[in-house]
Ligand binder design. Structure first.
Ligand SMILES: Cc1cc2nc3c(=O)[nH]c(=O)nc-3n(C[C@H](O)[C@H](O)[C@H](O)COP(=O)(O)OP(=O)(O)OC[C@H]3O[C@@H](n4cnc5c(N)ncnc54)[C@H](O)[C@@H]3O)c2cc1C
Ligand code: FES
Length: 340
């Protein structure tokens, strides 16, 4: 039996490889033209040291303890020249993908659905040409090309991995290049391409309560994670607080309700910042983040939204003196102009 190994590089790029039963990660990577850093391949030099963020594995006892200390193994550090996976794994590689001679992975497809679900938000789906070539971790993003231009924009998948059709939840930025194309020109059947997957904002193994905080379309990667959690099931409480600016920004409510109906440990609430809102809960997500949810710090927090919201939540936790066991966040910053 083989395993799927996600290699998450320093520059945010992720590449998946297959590892056969009993095969070392370094050998599997080379077999699939991924030149991971290495020198001795004997567990002595430490050049191949990476960190395994998820999954089970065996390191054997043929490596030097000076190269990989006991403290390091406890923190998840591994030598890929010794590591034999016993499950699917996610490995953080401390060099850029280009240093491993990896060309960016490009995927293409056609627009299969496009809906302006409110003035501020667009939901769109892409039917992939070769779905079997795309793997990603729930929560990751891609750089989508704006058709007819040489520009790319970053968007997170709101769909779960493994489907032939991927979906996105996109803020309609006034005057925005991609926003303008999607609202004025895009039609079902239009061709699009993207590069990725990228990013280290992805769902880790759930071993304690989880709090998810979404600001606006920052809901997208959390939906992808929730789809996976719902399919796999968990005994741990998962609580989502979804904050938007105006009533009009509330989207995907039916989808969240359907997830809550399927996953009994999942609860959620939403809040609108606009004081004029008709919604019963008002204010920012931090106004509705209780001590019960923070569980004395024994909680994994996933936070995604515009940069000021992410900073506000970080300051809130700092001022409260709460240091979550894990704190993962993604800032939906305005994309730099990224040439295609
Ligand atoms: C890792 C990552 C993942 C992302 N995922 C998503 C996602 O799933 N959904 C989503 O809606 N957005 C997401 N974003 C944000 C998205 O990439 C930008 O909003 C995007 O630039 C908008 O493209 P555009 O062509 O419509 O506007 P642009 O032509 O890029 O921008 C037009 C003008 O609006 C400003 N602007 C652009 N975006 C924003 C913004 N978000 N807030 C304030 N001002 C802005 C620009 O500075 C510029 O002045 C993500 C960003 C990052 C970094
Ligand atoms: S390559 Fe030298 S320790 Fe792995």
């Amino acid at each position: 039996m083989g395993y799927r190994i996600a290699l998450n590089f320093e520059d945010g790029a992720t590449r998946f490889i297959d590892c056969n039963a009993g095969e070392k990660v370094l050998d599997a990577a080379y077999r699939q033209q991924v030149n991971l850093p290495m020198d001795c391949s004997d567990g002595v030099c430490g050049t191949c040291k990476c960190r395994c963020e998820q999954g089970k594995y065996d390191l054997g006892d043929d490596y030097s303890e000076e190269t990989l200390t006991e403290d390091e193994t406890e923190e998840g550090f591994v030598l890929t020249c010794q590591m034999v996976p016993c499950s699917d794994c996610v490995i953080r590689v401390p060099v850029p993908s280009t240093a491993c001679k990896l060309a960016p992975a490009e995927h293409s497809g056609e627009v299969s659905a496009l809906e302006l679900v409110s003035d501020s938000t667009i939901v769109f789906k892409l039917k992939l040409d070769r779905p079997e070539t795309l793997s990603f971790l729930p929560g990751q993003y891609v750089n989508l090309g704006v058709p007819g231009t040489s520009q790319r924009r970053a968007y997170s998948f709101s769909s779960k991995p493994g489907a032939a059709e991927v979906s996105f939840l996109i803020r309609n930025v006034p005057g925005g290049l991609m926003s303008g194309w999607l609202t004025h020109e895009a039609k079902p059947g239009a061709r699009m391409s993207f590069i990725g997957p990228n990013g280290s904002f992805f769902l880790r193994a759930v071993t304690r309560p989880v709090v998810m905080l979404a600001g606006g379309t920052g809901l997208a990667p959390l939906l992808s994670m929730l789809e996976v959690l719902t399919d796999e099931g968990t005994d741990q409480p998962i609580h989502l607080i979804y904050g938007v600016t105006r009533d009009d920004d509330m989207v995907e409510i039916e989808r969240i309700e359907a997830l809550a109906a399927r996953l009994v440990t999942f609860t959620w609430t939403m809040t609108v910042a606009d004081p004029e809102s008709a919604h019963p809960l008002k204010g920012y997500v931090t106004h509705h983040l209780s001590d019960v949810h923070l569980n004395g710090g024994d909680v994994d927090v996933y936070l995604c939204g515009p940069p000021p919201m992410v900073e506000a939540v970080r300051a809130f936790l700092r001022d409260k003196g709460v240091a979550p066991a894990h704190f993962f966040y993604e800032k939906f910053a305005a994309s730099e102009a990224v040439p295609a």
